[in-house]
Design a protein around this ligand. Structure first.
Ligand SMILES: [Fe+2]
Length: 192
């Protein structure tokens, strides 16, 4: 389920808008300079598809996005219960915690969800836009936009990432993060 929930930065309990309407989501995000798109694979992807199969399935979308945004670096990130490894839960928890704090990047945040779910919280113009992304969603956020990301209590997603710089993923954290006051991804999903 793709979802947008908008809350004032100083009143997380006040829901100004909550919608699953993709056209409304697209329009509301455009107002803050964020692009939302839906992509379709050229062929059905098998479960557990490897990176080259994923890249092939979205080849034309990827090529277009790279050219349009000048993204010289593209990779695929997998976050989930596999591969089974004793250290996996600890590492996954640490990864979730890191991105839960408010931060920004010098590069754009351009992510396409191949599978699974994650929530970007965009802190712009006095409001927080929580965008729950699912398979088929592309989110393109301008550089230096303050945000945080929740992959949930049981992280499970595969995403294609685009960068202009090789170190474009480096986070610049804010000293007074407001993120802990806001509903988590799991909170957002249970209140449907
Ligand atoms: Fe980020």
């Amino acid at each position: 389920m793709t979802l947008l929930q908008i809350m004032p930065e100083d009143a997380p309990e006040t829901v100004q808008l909550r919608t699953e309407d993709l056209d409304v989501i697209r329009e509301k995000l455009l107002r803050i300079g964020v692009r939302f798109e839906r992509w379709h694979a050229t062929h059905r992807l098998p479960a557990g598809a490897d990176d080259s199969t994923i890249m092939r399935a979205y080849r034309s979308h990827i090529a277009h996005t790279r050219t349009e945004g000048g993204y010289g670096f593209v990779d695929i990130v997998h976050m989930g219960p596999t591969p089974a490894h004793p250290d996996r839960p600890r590492k996954t928890r640490a990864a979730r915690k890191k991105f839960l704090a408010e931060h920004f990047h010098d590069d754009d945040v351009v992510r396409f969800f191949v599978t699974g779910t994650g929530c970007f919280y965009l802190h712009v113009a006095g409001r927080v836009h929580a965008v729950v992304c699912t398979a088929g969603d592309l989110l393109s956020v301008p550089s230096r936009t303050v945000h945080w990301f929740d992959m949930g209590e049981r992280p499970d997603f595969t995403a294609i990432r685009f960068f202009q710089k090789e170190d474009g993923w480096v986070c610049r954290f804010l000293p007074d993060s407001i993120s802990a006051r806001f509903p988590t991804l799991d909170d957002l999903l249970v209140t449907t």
